[in-house]
Design a protein around this ligand. Sequence first.
Ligand code: NCD
Ligand code: ZN
Length: 343
Amino acid sequence: MDRLTLTQPDDWHLHVRDGAALATVVPHTSAQFARAIIMPNLKPPVTTAEQAMAYRDRILAAVPAAHAFEPLMTLYLTDRTPASEIAKAKAAGVVALKLYPAGATTNSDSGVTDLQHVRATLEAMQREGLLLLIHAEVTDPAVDVFDREAVFIERHLMGLRRDFPELKIVVEHITTKDAAQYVESADRFTAATLTAHHLLFNRNALFTGGLRPDYYCLPVLKREVHRLELLRVATSGNPRFFLGTDSAPHPSHLKAHALACAGCYTALSAMPLYAQAFEQAGALDRLEAFASFHGADFYGLPRNTGQLTLKREPWTLPQTLSFGDGQLTPLCAGDTLSWQVEH
Ligand code: NCD
Ligand code: ZN
């Protein structure tokens, strides 16, 4: 098979930043995806419906005229998000709230310090049908960084699931067999997104030939046994696993830095990377449902009607891209992928 035509996919977890960065990254996504869930971890974070709508307009202004693209907006859940903001958010077209445990990752200082503080807001979301998107890692420094996802499931997710049984929850960018198996055995109100990089790489990638900050993201890459389990659930046809790139651009000088920022920039080559992962698993025929159907179905949104074609033709990724007044290094810069998008 040298060409693969799919219903146009959506990206259910994406960081596009703001300002001049939008001009670089939004067109990469809108060249492939019809919609994307836009993460709200700006500085300061997007916490109100009004801010989300203004941010949406700035994103739309960066979409090339030849592309049709719909940003799906989210709010950043804080200890102080009032329950009254949920109806406003719903009315404005916001689809979800993002839960970052305070301090878990890039720009998460305003995150939730204790789930007890947000119970009334979660009740309102359950009632209004807004989804809860979770960065599922504990921040307890006593917990090993490679175990923080598994421990979050035990300490927080199970209780949340029990207390809000009809709240739709997406466990974002899962990285472990523990999360894969938890979501697989949960009910229809629980789903997970999977990044291309966690399907393609294990933690050895961080240390091959030297310390490689391009591969550093949160949750951090895990052992091969976890990668294989992620690939298994992604290609299983189970509708509660779907595509979310977690493409998270940082300027090159802050990646190649003594305190390297967490985040992999994958939007440029997202669908070719997923095609590579699915092909390795002998499951290219399962890619369309994972990329184009399962997410829309879980969110209760219509499936796309357009198409995207990938062709098997070697494509060497650029070393750098211009990014505001700096540069951006895509994940796999200089590597040759076997698929590319047909334009
Ligand atoms: C994200 C970012 O840079 O905004 N980084 C990352 O490593 N994934 C934040 C996040 O989603 O955790
Ligand atoms: Zn993210």
